[in-house]
Design a protein around this ligand. Structure first.
Ligand SMILES: *Cc1c(COP(=O)(O)O)cnc(C)c1O
Length: 397
């Protein structure tokens, strides 16, 4: 039985009856840019994330770019980023003329290593004005925010959470990612847990002044139309995307729950086969226990459930990763590598001072990591099929 990496049609079938009337309503209204659907989305996401403000934008990449524009990050500034993430995390920094400073990750979570932040800060503070840290909540698990926030507070740095893969993820204290740092940046790219029918994103913040600046910059920096106080851009989200997302949001916790159930089944199958114990397969670790009583009761369907990991990706590590990829592909099983090349080895970043540093964890992870299908509509039989295919290749213990 072939199993794709992601099957968006399966999700669409389950909510088609709710989505279709909304698409037609937007078509009838011919109101396409911002407007009431976007305002509703902003209120809904702010409530879901537990942040005071949310500003809908054109993509997750633009969320990062716009957040940093609003924080006036530019030439001469440095921004600390993990070397292991999706390209946009570092690309947005460079596009503003600022310098990304790459640091290594934690081997258990694949998120930025707090100790590496302090080290890089000391090393580069005399060559650039370090203004911010971008923790990425990779694959759907929170970065370790307490030490990051402490360090940022002590050194007067902004914390820009790249929460593109982690909408609804909670840190160990129960707070949702995107409500902890200066700003949170989310993506509604179709493959994220909350995906639109195209590109989209949102920025969350508890800072009202910053929210206002972001809103102005989203529309060319004009409070009053054609009178520009700042140089912004077109970073708007469409009404159609917002309308779709408003329909999907009440289902999100149930989808998170499905992904978690699937991840738990994989972990159990690999553990029972003995390949976890002997290190042939390294399964993802959900390192935080989120206490149920800390949860916000307004999170809707499934709100009694805590989400320390939402498994936007379920990634394992194996020794012969490229061999496993070929084996899975030959068996009709979808898989992908997030990410094969760390930032410090990207051609476009060659010459940046931090590229010369050592990143042993990231280097090793890039060579061994592979994502397996984990989308909520998978059946236990499909999971077993994928797990068996992996076990056939790595050898049962
Ligand atoms: C998807 C993603 C982005 C970019 O989001 P887009 O909506 O595709 O622009 C940024 N950072 C991370 C970690 C992502 O996974």
């Amino acid at each position: 039985m072939p199993v794709p990496l992601l099957d968006l049609k399966a999700q669409y079938q389950s909510i088609k009856h709710e989505i279709e009337p909304v698409l037609l309503r937007v078509a009838d209204s011919q109101y396409f840019i911002l407007g009431p659907d976007v305002t509703a989305l902003e209120e809904n996401i702010a409530a879901y994330v537990g942040a005071k403000h949310a500003i809908g934008v054109s993509s997750g990449t633009d969320a990062l770019l716009l957040a940093m524009m609003a924080l006036e990050i530019g030439p001469g500034d440095g921004v600390i980023v993990p070397t292991f993430s999706f390209f946009a995390t570092a690309g947005a920094v460079s596009r503003l003329g600022a310098t990304p400073i790459f640091v290594d990750i934690d081997p258990a979570t694949y998120n930025i290593a707090p100790a590496a932040i302090a080290e890089a800060y000391e090393k580069y503070k005399s060559t650039v004005t370090i203004k911010a840290i971008i923790p990425v909540h990779l694959f759907g698990q929170s970065a370790d925010m307490d030490p990051i926030m402490d360090f940022a507070g002590a050194h007067n740095l902004y914390v820009i959470e790249d929460a593109a893969q982690a909408i609804g993820t909670q840190y160990k204290d129960g707070r949702s990612v995107g409500s902890i740092g200066t700003v949170g940046c989310f993506s509604f790219f179709p493959s994220k847990n909350l995906g639109a029918f195209g590109d989209g994103g949102i920025i969350t913040t508890n800072d009202g002044t910053l929210a206002k600046r972001i809103e102005l910059l989203r529309m060319h920096g004009a409070e009053k139309r054609y009178y520009h106080e700042m140089i912004g851009g077109n970073f708007r989200i469409d009404a159609l995307q917002a309308a779709v997302l408003n329909v999907k949001l009440p289902h999100l916790n149930a989808w998170h729950e499905g992904r978690r159930r699937n991840a738990a089944l994989y972990n159990r199958l690999f553990t029972e086969a003995g390949v976890v114990g002997d290190g042939k397969v390294i399964v993802p670790e959900s390192v935080y226990e989120v206490k149920r009583e800390t949860l916000d009761v307004e999170r809707g369907e499934g709100s009694e459930v805590a989400f320390p990991h939402i498994y936007n990706q379920y990634c394992i590590r194996v020794q012969n990763r490229d061999g496993l990829m070929e084996h899975l592909a030959a068996s009709g099983i979808g898989c992908a590598v997030y990410y094969p090349v760390p930032f410090h080895q990207q051609k476009c970043f060659a010459g940046l001072p931090s590229c010369a540093d050592a990143f042993p964890v990231s280097d090793q992870v890039c060579e061994s990591i592979i994502a397996l299908p984990v989308y909520p509509e998978l059946t236990p039989e499909m999971i077993a099929e994928v797990a068996n295919c992996v076990l056939d290749f790595v050898g049962r213990s």
